[in-house]
Design a protein. Sequence first.
Length: 493
Amino acid sequence: MKDYIKIHENDNVIVAVKEIAAGEAVSAGEVQVVANETIPAGHKMALCKIAAGGDVIKYGFRIGNAKADIAPGDWVHTHNVKTALGDLLEYSYQPVETTQQVTPDVTFMGYPRPDGSAGVRNEVWIIPTVGCVNNIATALAKSANERLKGTVEEVIAFPHPYGCSQMGEDQEHTRTILADLVRHPNAGGVLVLGLGCENSNIDVLKPYIGETDAGRVKYLVCQEAEDEMETGGRLLDELIAYAGKCEREPVSVSKLVVGMKCGGSDGFSGITANPLVGRFSDILLSKQGTTILTEVPEMFGAETLLMNRCENEELFGQTVKLINDFKQYFKDNNQTIYENPSPGNKKGGISTLEDKSLGCTQKSGSAPVKGVLAYGERVAKAGLNLLSAPGNDLVAATALAASGAQIVLFTTGRGTPFASPVPTVKISSNSTLAGKKKNWIDFNAGVLLEDKDLEETAQELFAYVVAVASGKKVRSEEAGFHDMAIFKQGVTL
């Protein structure tokens, strides 16, 4: 295992792979540096003098400016580096050449759906239209799971606190996300459960859902049923019988849509787990599959790298709007755009938003951007897509599922037990986390710090994802975790 990593030849900092003690000498190529203080694992040490106001370079790009003179061997972190980012910016399209390989197809064992999509699970979902019926949804799911038949794997309720007392665009977003989940291919059957008097009641929601197979989607208005538990149980039995007839069949991985998200990141996330997911993305895209990158606030500072990979100038313009609209959202709410990274990120070695973003966007790989999606918009074009959603783990992962992702890859340096509406693969950035939280972590990218080859590890991750798509349960599924969260933005009545 290396003692440190210099990510790019132009960097003026290195990242400690293990703690560097004060007084310890480090040889970085022709540069000899002695640590002036203890450098924690995952944190940065200066290779040369960085004058006050000078650029701190990591990943080959500026991650901030020095607050004061930084000497060779100094610990470089929040105490002596600050963000160099501004607010709304103007951008020019400077396309870079991108290549996308075409490689032989691979199949997974999935559930072909009549609309041409494919599910990686065959579940029955209960989608409440309003938070008032959450407990009924949960009780119905618990009861129905004792009566499973055929290939149905589980009945899952997705409680949430919205669907009423909302206005304007905020309410539209709730309706869109709920409709997206009703149409999701991982659900072989869906019970839409309403109260009856809510703003987003079933009659209002139906146009958002569109035409459905009466065998696959059923509706229950609780205020209209004499006994909603009895009626709901009967409808769920019908849905179980319908979905239970579906069988897994070989399906091309070109039908796979994989969401990419990070959270609880550390100083290794941008070195191991995120580049690994980026290489996975390139592999899947070479087989005509689709990936979606989100958490827009964690693109700030690295956005031009994505903009200049846009396939054409129209997509570039959409990406500029994606970034500046989200910055305006912060400003409209009188919040600091760059109030990031989180306390956990900082403890793990991330100092500024640029530091975080340059690591975060590694998940996008090297392929061209083929699509830009609004929040709640379903993916329509194969390839790499950018999705408007915040960095919040539950909200962003739900947004990925709503846009059509059947699986989410979630990289983390500190660990988290959360799930989403779809299988959520937790990928650790370091082996310590993978060893400590075996009940959370599905795949260890920390081996890349132990001189494991990136390409070999990416092929292993690709094979693992194909296995998950074919039915292998991830840790959060084994624990019975299924979360969903909607992006709340507006007034509550």
